[in-house]
Design a protein around this ligand. Structure first.
Ligand SMILES: Nc1ncnc2c1ncn2[C@@H]1O[C@H](COP(=O)(O)OP(=O)(O)O)[C@@H](O)[C@H]1O
Ligand code: SF4
Ligand SMILES: [Mg+2]
Length: 342
């Protein structure tokens, strides 16, 4: 089924709901999430641990594990409705159109093949080239992700390499596929700062030159500021704010986004200016109304009673808060996010 879309949009997620049916109750890990990813752009997906970032990514590629299930929503990739594809079609799409760099690289690599072989197979599939040509491309890709002595390391099995090295192999494999969509879930966790910068450069270069789109999941807002054009902020399974990076960093409208930015390390003063009080709510018993209300310094009665709807906060910038929508009249004072410095 082909549908004509906005030509810049590569991926569109509409009203996605992914729930886990556990003994404790239903976990609404992804709750009515909608967004678009544009060609040639890197979009950051941020939020504290447990906010639903990884499950969102797994839902797109239809790899949510039981007891989880996508219960509602549409995912369109380049005019193709992924939710109505057969499992066989999805396998081809995962190999050729979407690549994923997982948080846990060891789980994603095949223990039975050398890492060089695994990268080479991806290249053979894409290029239809001979094995020996693909093998030498694979070594070049390993060099590009700063794996020293790649000729020798290509013959290593995953268990013979460190976690950081496996991470780089995963990046090399994902980028070798030249995917339309690259999903990177905390791809630089565990890498040292220099290698991290090189991996990010490589991702940027690939996305820009191939005109693909990238969903970059991270808890590091510094990386988002440096790498991404757009950012999506998730809290307790919901998108609470999304828009252009420059605008969201200079004037965040949702209190949670403000809190996240205030709690990142400020280089000029060598510490964050604040921390967000409290913790992410229990996913089975989410607070009523605005799920952020128990932690929000601006919360009023309405926040406990009614869930805010998504509203425009600027050009291509939306958020979900009763103050921004004008239902509550009050100012969001920046001082609310300043640490007491005794
Ligand atoms: N297998 C599972 N069973 C039950 N709940 C799960 C499972 N996997 C994830 N969840 C729940 O889904 C929510 C979102 O998880 P996740 O997407 O991994 O968060 P993030 O990647 O933002 O840290 C969490 O509340 C988590 O407890
Ligand atoms: S709706 Fe209320 S509780 Fe939620 S973020 Fe806005 S002010 Fe805070
Ligand atoms: Mg995660």
């Amino acid at each position: 089924m082909i549908e004509v879309r906005n030509s810049d949009t590569l991926l569109e997620v509409r009203g996605l709901h992914t729930y886990f049916y556990t003994y404790e109750g239903v976990v609404k890990a992804v709750n009515s999430v909608s967004y678009r990813l544009n060609r040639g752009e890197i979009t950051g997906l941020v939020g504290e641990s447990g906010s639903g970032k990884s499950v969102t990514a797994q839902s797109i590629i239809r790899l949510v594990k039981a007891p989880g299930k996508v219960v509602e929503g549409e995912v369109w990739l380049d005019g193709q409705d992924l939710m109505s594809c057969s499992e066989a079609e999805m396998q081809t799409i995962r190999g050729r159109k979407i690549s994923m760099i997982f948080q846990e690289p060891r789980a994603a690599l095949n223990p039975l093949f050398t890492v060089g072989d695994q990268i080479s197979r991806v290249i053979q599939l894409r290029e239809g080239c001979s094995r020996s040509v693909a093998d030498s491309h694979a070594v070049e890709m390993m060099r590009a992700v700063e794996i020293a002595d790649p000729d020798r390391r290509a013959n290593a099995y995953p268990h013979e390499l460190s976690g950081g090295m496996c991470q780089r192999v995963m990046v090399a494999m994902a980028l070798s596929a030249n995917p339309l969509l690259l999903i990177a879930d905390e791809p630089t966790t565990g890498l040292d700062v220099t290698v991290q910068a090189q991996v990010l450069d490589l991702i940027r270069l690939r996305v820009k030159s191939a005109g693909s789109a990238c969903l970059f999941i991270t808890h590091d807002l510094g990386v988002v500021a440096e790498l991404c054009e757009r950012v999506i902020v998730m809290y307790a399974g919901r998108v609470v704010e999304q828009g252009p990076v420059a605008e969201i960093f200079s004037s965040p409208r949702h209190p949670y986004t403000q809190g996240l930015i205030a709690s990142t390390l400020r280089v000029d003063i060598d510490k964050p200016i604040s921390t967000i009080p409290g913790t992410v709510p229990d996913a089975v018993n989410l607070p009523s109304g605005c799920t952020f209300h128990p932690r929000c310094p601006f919360a009023e009665d309405l926040c406990q009673q009614e869930e805010p709807q998504m509203v425009e906060a600027g050009k291509n910038h939306t958020t979900r808060c009763h103050i921004v929508s004008g239902r509550i009249e009050r100012e969001m004072l920046e001082e609310a996010w300043t640490l007491e410095t005794a």
